[in-house]
Design a protein around this ligand. Sequence first.
Ligand code: ADP
Length: 429
Amino acid sequence: MPILWVKTLLQHAAIIAAGLLIGWIYDGPVWGLLAALAVLLGWHISHLYLLERWLGTGDPGPMASGSGPWSQVLARIGAVKERGRRNRRAWMQLVKEIRASTKALPDGGVMLTGDLKIVRCNKAARQMLGLKKKRDRDVRIDNLIRHPEFVAYLESGSTKESVEIPAPGGGDRWLSCRLVPYGMDQKLLLVRDITGSVIMERMRRDFVANASHELRSPLTVITGYLDAMAEDESLPEAWRAPVADMNEQSARMGALIRDLLTLSKLESSESCSRENRVKLGAILAAARRDALLEPQGPRRIELEIGSTADILGEETEIQSIVNNLVTNAVRYTPAEGSVTIGWRTDKKGGYLSVADTGIGIPADEIPRLTERFYRADAGRARQKGGTGLGLAIVKHALKHHDAELEIHSDVGAGSEFVCRFPADRLAVS
Ligand code: ADP
């Protein structure tokens, strides 16, 4: 079967030939030719007129069928149009379903442009963040939610972590916000109500703080009596060892309570101010002096101070960081080993490091060391007198100073703990 254009060409040639023939019979072949062309032209124009009207009006019904090749052309255009209509209907249905499901989501979602302007948001986001559909369109999200931590989170451009902020509408509700990039340069702000877990966490912290606080007074009394018994010359010989043991254990319990209280204080406070200048040199020198007093510890403890910069923050917390790291280094390094305490700075920030040539830590244990009560070698650590809270305290105190802890270690070769302080936490004299 010949394809459409060949068929049309043959038809047109036949009509033109017929016109010429009729014109030739009546002695006017040119008139015959012109008449044939006029018929063809009229036929095409009438179909074009129909087609234009049908396309222009968007008439959903089928188009009037044409004749000749036009019947096929029109049928094909009709099929394409019908397919488009069906697709559009399916898309509309899909959009409707997506809208209905985002509306039903308990979590909030705000679509943002690359420069953080609101494009649209779902119902939950409007309720949680107090946004208004029309009023807030095209407004930068940080002009509406001005909590400093939220603004800092947006500025950092971090899309991995989330930020926890009180709900802008008040009412003691807490929200977790996370930015997720999508499309070309758009961002999706996911918002979750975490009030329940914040309350639980607060209760846990309060319980630990209260319990530790309540345990302190009876323990002070017990320790007092045990001290007196240990010093009592008339104590029967059989009691000497048990009393010494009890004294040791009550000292451990005291250290545990002290660390629990320090930790809960650190957990319940926000980032510390930058008003105080903490002189690190003096703290490091004091930590070295104390470490050298440890009878079982390494004999070589070096100080490598490469900077005179101070840290902007809280002195007691910096002291706690240094003491915990140096105590650990001394605790886990034999007498013939060495410990190096260092402080240096560069353009990016300051690096407080405590390195030792001690027992080292297996690589798979390193990520868990800052968890409360996590010990790489629980038996040995307990024997060495640790509470299991030292590195958790270090982590929280560093967080208050916007700093991070890096741990490098090789089993049997030693460990290095590096605290990285950002440049804006340093003051150069
Ligand atoms: P602890 O009071 O038990 O030392 P920490 O929180 O300070 O608790 O440390 C957690 C664990 O990390 C320790 O139990 C120990 O296994 C390991 N650790 C910490 N510092 C060192 C170090 N310098 N060398 C080897 N292991 C260490």
